[in-house]
Design a protein around this ligand. Structure first.
Ligand SMILES: C[S@@+](CC[C@H](N)C(=O)[O-])C[C@H]1O[C@@H](n2cnc3c(N)ncnc32)[C@H](O)[C@@H]1O
Length: 300
């Protein structure tokens, strides 16, 4: 059985990668292989593509092509894996963050408030804490931080307080358990948006998505060849800010490094000054693309 996910900003992102003959590329978020297939179609027989994904479902979509290697693993260990394959430098890296339609549409995974099921939300189901573990063990302060920072919710402290109070009586295991707790804090008019923000916040925490992204970007800096390209599609403002700052300064503090003579020493040349977003036609065809932001940079 194959899974399907409509690849977002496909043409713009793969064009941004500037695929060259004999080049070595990494798709850090293989998913259903939409971006990988396009890269392979542009790569000659001397080139190679490594596709990473930490989620088991993506193995069902492995592409059987001698130019392709699938790596079941977290992209935060990119350099270790590439070392294993004896690859010291790459020509390009593409990252399409977040989860795929397969995650949202599978009731057993717990990513969506539309279903009845267990609150899991782990992409890698072989390890780590589930969303239910987090709701049952984090302190009120930790939960408030998760909902405020990742969910950008103004009433995060009410939700955190309600979770801690409710779990004293009954542990939180299912989507319905959680919805019963948060429902009194949801405004009917914007219900879908708020629930999406709350579930997204939990998912980001479960999968440590921002930490993984930071580790990936730092490794990409070393792994990319001179003139190698990095292409990142984000779906959350915090992720986009991290990528934007990193491309500009080579770090996450936004501190611009200068040499002894005061010359700015940059790591990347930014290819698109203005962030690329999907056009109206793409959003109409694939509403899940609406929050996507694409940034491209070149190692200098
Ligand atoms: C938006 S989907 C990518 C879709 C893909 N570009 C396509 O066209 O089918 C993101 C994928 O990245 C994977 N993923 C997210 N974070 C990851 C990480 N830290 N390491 C490895 N895979 C990750 C998810 O499991 C998911 O399959």
């Amino acid at each position: 059985m194959f899974y399907y996910h409509v690849p977002v900003l496909l043409k713009e992102s793969v064009e941004g990668l500037n695929v060259c003959d004999g080049g070595v590329y990494v798709d850090a978020t293989f998913g259903c292989g939409g971006h990988s297939k396009k890269i392979l179609s542009e790569l000659n027989n001397e080139g190679h593509l490594y596709g990473f994904d930490q989620d088991e479902y993506s193995e069902k979509n492995i592409i059987y092509d001698k130019k392709f290697t699938f790596v079941r693993g977290n992209f935060r260990y990119l350099i270790h894996f590439m070392d294993w394959y004896n690859v010291k430098k790459i020509n390009g890296l593409i990252v399409d963050l977040g989860v795929s339609s397969v995650h949202f549409d599978d009731y057993k995974r717990g990513f969506s408030f539309r279903f009845v099921g267990m609150l899991d939300m782990r992409m890698n189901q072989r390890s780590g804490q589930t969303a239910s573990d987090i709701l049952n063990t984090y302190s009120e302060k930790q939960l408030n931080n998760v909902f405020r920072l990742y969910g950008e919710l103004k009433n995060s402290h009410f939700i955190a307080y309600a979770v801690v109070k409710a779990r004293r009586l009954k542990k939180i295991y299912t989507i319905q358990d959680f919805l019963n707790i948060i429902n009194p804090f949801i405004i009917v008019k914007t219900k879908k948006k708020q629930l999406s923000q709350i579930f997204q916040a939990l998912r980001i925490e479960v999968n440590k998505e921002l930490d993984s992204l930071k580790e990936l970007l730092i490794q990409a800096k070393d792994l990319l060849k001179l003139n190698g390209r990095i292409v990142v599609i984000t779906y959350h403002s915090l992720e986009d800010r991290l990528v934007k700052t990193f491309f500009k300064t080579g770090n996450f503090d936004g501190k611009i490094d200068k040499d002894f003579y005061g010359n700015v020493s940059s790591t990347f040349k930014i290819i698109n000054r203005k962030v690329i977003i999907p056009c109206n036609e793409e959003i109409m065809k694939n509403p899940r693309s609406r929050s996507a932001k694409l940034r491209i940079a070149e190692k200098i």
